[in-house]
Design a protein around this ligand. Sequence first.
Ligand code: HEC
Length: 126
Amino acid sequence: MVNAQTVSSSQTFTSVGPVPGPNHAARGATNPFNGDAAARQAGRDLFVRFNCYGCHGGHAGGGMGPSLRDEDWIYGRNDAQVFDSIAQGRANGMPAWGTLVQPAQIWQIVTYIESLRTADEPQPPT
Ligand code: HEC
């Protein structure tokens, strides 16, 4: 494998971290990971890694951003609606993540959110 030191300056480096790209919209799609335990856990990890908890609380119970574990949904609770809230952002302070987080990862986060308050929730509040 060629490492960074030996690559000549005329060559293009592989970028590190998220690459800005087209935004994503679910357009009525259903979650390909529905009921998948590994996806739920991956979604939990992404929820922490992307600092969702900073606004929505450690277990998504709410903070500066609304609770994602109660019955009240501003923008709808079905798969595609939750996907779009994350991918496209929402007007009153929800950033758009669609250029930063891959669609498959967004679906994993959706899977995690849907497991909140159920017996399947990874790392539930104690
Ligand atoms: C800077 C603070 C902030 C961060 C970081 C943030 N959110 Fe939000 N989020 C908000 C706010 C505020 C709203 C409500 C927006 C509105 O009412 O228009 C919201 C709304 C949402 C909604 C829609 C809720 C509903 O009731 O319909 C979802 C889903 C959501 N966020 C998920 C996430 C996820 C997943 C992440 C991490 C990838 C995240 N948020 C990161 C502030 C944040």
